[in-house]
Ligand binder design. Structure first.
Ligand SMILES: [Fe+2]
Ligand SMILES: [Fe+2]
Length: 383
């Protein structure tokens, strides 16, 4: 695919890489040491260097239980037509009608094998190796994030009250599991090296998993899923990445979950505004800024200015956070101005002739459908 590759400051790229390498060694070293003496350390039993949970892939168990459960997942609309359920998709309704016709099992297997070879050929046709690597680097941010989303939603499942809320979280756990395994296969199809978690994202994800009670909603459903939603929204129109539209839909539901849940069980004034919680939330967001610096070359490869993307993302996440009641140490507008200021300071230092820009007014999501979905979640109109 033809992208207008943007130029980036080579020095800054190098310094960001060095800084990340040392902080990574320090943070993980401390976590390993604490883990070794039983004083905590890394909470997730997840190995991002190998893109696996500790214990390995165990595909057999996945196929026997997870895949099979999904295959056998029955729809109430079909089996209890009298009920109020409306859970069959259009395709499923159509499939029900066509179930007896068309292919046998062997033919179906052959088709899926061919499709995967065809898919790799399509990626090679559409993207240069550098573009493929950039896409893998960006998608792997979310790929690893899905592992944490899976773990975090499983913990939130215990913390929310009401059957409806637990049912909603159960579906999120299921969807995060699906996201992790499906996205992994998608990323592997690029046949490029898959990077580990950058330390900045490691800090955000571990911080989220370690945060207590409903604060996990902030780290995961507002911040991390906000990032995921934005990345899916920015990439789902790229050739071969159309499936990201489905992920985008799921993530938008996850982003909307805190709003819907907290309507029924609102945070108290103290939970919203106590200085310790506000500071913790701010510290959780902070590593996203060096993460943006680090990801600049990958976005640039695809013709996307990382600060346009980041600005669009920060606006949405901050709007959502305040709307839900997860306040930060500064009033909403000052918070946005502050982050826009930081972006501009970095650009002034690393870009020739940089002029002050309103990055937070940018829109990085492509596609009318995706924008409509996001408008509902983030109330962009109020931005
Ligand atoms: Fe997800
Ligand atoms: Fe999610």
């Amino acid at each position: 695919m033809k992208f207008n590759k943007l130029t980036v400051n080579a020095n800054a790229t190098q310094w960001n890489a060095i800084a990340e390498k040392y902080v990574n060694a320090a943070v993980r070293g401390v976590d390993r040491a604490f883990g070794a003496v039983g004083l905590g350390g890394r909470k997730a039993d997840y190995d991002d260097e190998h893109y696996e949970f500790i214990g390995g892939a165990n595909d057999e168990l996945r196929k026997k239980h997870y895949d099979k459960s999904l295959r056998l997942l029955w729809k109430a609309e079909k089996h209890a037509a009298w009920s109020t359920f409306d859970d069959c998709s259009k395709e499923e309704e159509l499939l029900l009608k066509m179930a007896d016709q068309t292919m046998n099992a062997n033919e179906r297997q052959e088709l899926s094998r061919m499709q995967s070879a065809e898919y790799k050929a399509l990626l090679n046709r559409e993207y240069t190796p550098a573009q493929k690597q950039a896409l893998v680097n960006i998608l792997a941010l979310i790929g690893h994030g899905e592992a944490y989303a899976w773990l975090v939603s499983n913990e939130v499942l215990r913390d929310v009250k009401s059957t409806g809320a637990k049912a909603a979280l159960t579906m999120q756990v299921l969807e995060e599991a699906k996201h992790f395994v499906v996205l992994r296969e998608l990323i592997q199809a690029f046949e490029m090296p898959i990077p580990r978690l950058p330390v900045w994202e490691y800090m955000i994800l571990e911080g989220t998993l370690k945060s207590t009670g409903l604060e996990k909603f902030f780290g995961m459903n507002v911040l991390v899923e906000g990032v995921a939603l934005s990345i899916f929204g920015a990439l789902s129109k790229f050739p071969g990445l159309e499936i990201l539209e489905m992920f985008h839909l799921d993530e938008s539901r996850h982003c909307a979950l805190p709003t819907n849940y907290l309507k029924t069980a609102p945070l108290t004034w103290w939970e919203r505004n106590n200085p310790v919680s506000m500071t913790k939330r701010f510290l959780l967001i902070l590593p996203a800024i060096p993460l943006a610096f680090k990801m600049e070359p990958d976005f640039a490869e695809l013709g996307i200015d990382v600060f346009d993307f980041g600005g669009s993302l920060v606006r949405k996440v901050i709007n959502l956070a305040y709307r839900v009641g997860f306040h930060l140490p500064l009033p909403q507008d000052n918070m946005k101005d502050f982050i826009n200021f930081l972006f501009n300071v970095y650009c002034s230092a690393t870009r020739e002739d940089h002029k002050f820009q309103s990055f937070l007014e940018r829109e990085a999501t492509l596609g009318e459908k995706e924008l409509a979905v996001e408008r509902e979640v983030f109330q962009l109109a109020s931005a």
